[in-house]
Design a protein around this ligand. Structure first.
Ligand code: GLY
Length: 390
């Protein structure tokens, strides 16, 4: 009786897939683990309106007043509400979203797009609360004040490090707020600003292989490229993993909203760069920079994996079946990795965050091999997108 069972197991392992749990089960259990984890975290948060950002050196790190990551925790609470339909998550999401109301006038960073879209944007989408609409519109107006017609781009960071008009590839993520505003107010400036920013980034951030540089600094008077450098990668000519993820996600959104085939082509090119990279580990969770010379002894970045996974799950909806199946299979493999004990934290571990092993700012030795609130956010988003797979 024992031999056939052993044989069956061997066949199952050899064929790989048949040994795997069905994906819907993995998704269901991951949501349950995530919900338990944030239930554990919520009562441990300070009452001063700061939001959880990471867990580093054995301590919970919360956001400062100007932190670019403030929208992600409220956004994750909205995603838990979407996943479970439970009122308690809606109540928590509403409570934390309200903390960001003054960001509707935030014109000091491009990240107002992240901050408001993840919090108020998801809130509006899921509840239709009319009070959320003006906050988002004001935020889009505030973001638009950072657009320079001379450069054809939004200003990402205010001048620093000798840069006069730095634009980072991450800035592609903030266009979603503008594109939402463009749908609300088609006569407004929002669509043109988003399109010009995306076109300028397309022209100047990308290399022939589809990878991107982190920072392009422009001459604010003429729009001439002054320099192309990294801020968070290992080298100016390297492929910082999260930068590749932001670019992929950003052009998928641009295609969704404009149907301009140039954006789809760019998203495909970035996807191919990532998916075929010879230094992408077998579990498809990238090292923090594809070009770190210490690979395979370099930290991973689960936040990059989650962003890529979520982006591919949307990209698959825009391409022919065979290509869609490749993106879905890759995203599924990433989800299975992230949902495994190698990356998904147990309740009460990891400072209460969902995913372990992300990398924030490696060159500054900050948030290396820690959780990150945005890793959690895009993981939950990817789970929702995978759950909707047909
Ligand atoms: N936008 C900053 C980062 O990805 O770290």
């Amino acid at each position: 009786m024992r031999l056939p069972l052993v044989l069956l197991l061997l066949v199952a392992v050899a064929s790989g897939r048949s040994a795997e749990r069905p994906l819907p089960e993995v998704i269901r259990d991951s949501f349950a683990t995530a919900a338990k984890q944030y239930e554990w975290l919520l009562p441990r948060l300070p009452a001063d309106g700061s939001l959880p950002r990471t867990f580093e050196h054995g301590k919970l790190v919360t956001t400062t007043a100007r932190d670019w990551t403030r929208g992600f925790f409220p956004g994750s609470l909205w995603y838990l509400f979407e996943a479970t339909g439970e009122k308690r998550w809606r109540q928590e999401a509403e409570r934390f979203t309200a903390l960001l109301e003054s960001d509707q006038h935030n014109n000091w960073t491009h990240d107002v797009g992240f901050i408001l879209n993840c919090s108020y944007g998801n809130g509006l989408r899921l509840t239709g609360n009319p009070a959320y609409r003006p906050v988002l519109l004001n935020g889009a107006r505030a973001l638009s004040t950072r657009f320079s017609p001379a450069v054809g781009s939004l200003l990402s960071w205010n001048p620093r490090n000798g840069w006069k008009f730095p634009v980072i590839v991450d800035n592609m993520m903030n266009l979603e707020l503008l594109l939402w505003a463009a749908r609300e107010q088609p006569d407004g400036p929002f669509r043109e600003i988003a399109v010009r920013h995306a076109d300028t980034t397309l022209a100047n951030h990308f290399r022939p292989d589809g990878s991107s540089v982190h920072v392009v600094d422009y001459d604010p008077a003429t729009g001439r490229v002054v320099t192309r450098v990294t801020h968070q990668g290992v080298a100016d000519d390297s492929a910082w993993a999260r930068g590749q993820a932001w670019g992929l996600y950003g052009y998928v959104v641009m295609y969704r909203e404009t149907k301009d085939p140039r954006y789809l082509a760019q998203a495909r090119k970035i996807a191919a760069f990532i998916m075929n990279h010879p230094r992408l580990p077998a579990d498809k969770v990238p090292y923090w920079d594809f070009d770190d010379p210490r690979i395979p002894n370099a930290p991973r970045d689960t936040s990059a994996a989650a962003i890529i996974c979520s982006a591919l799950l949307e990209l698959r909806t825009f391409v022919p079946a065979e290509e869609a199946a490749r993106y879905a299979a890759f995203a599924e493999a990433q989800l299975r990795s992230l949902a495994s004990p190698a990356y998904l934290a147990e309740t009460g571990a990891n400072g209460g965050f969902i995913l372990m092993h992300a990398t924030g700012n490696h060159p500054k030795n900050s948030e290396v091999d820690t959780p990150l609130n945005y890793g959690d956010y895009y993981f939950l988003e990817a789970l929702l997108r995978a759950r909707a797979l047909k």
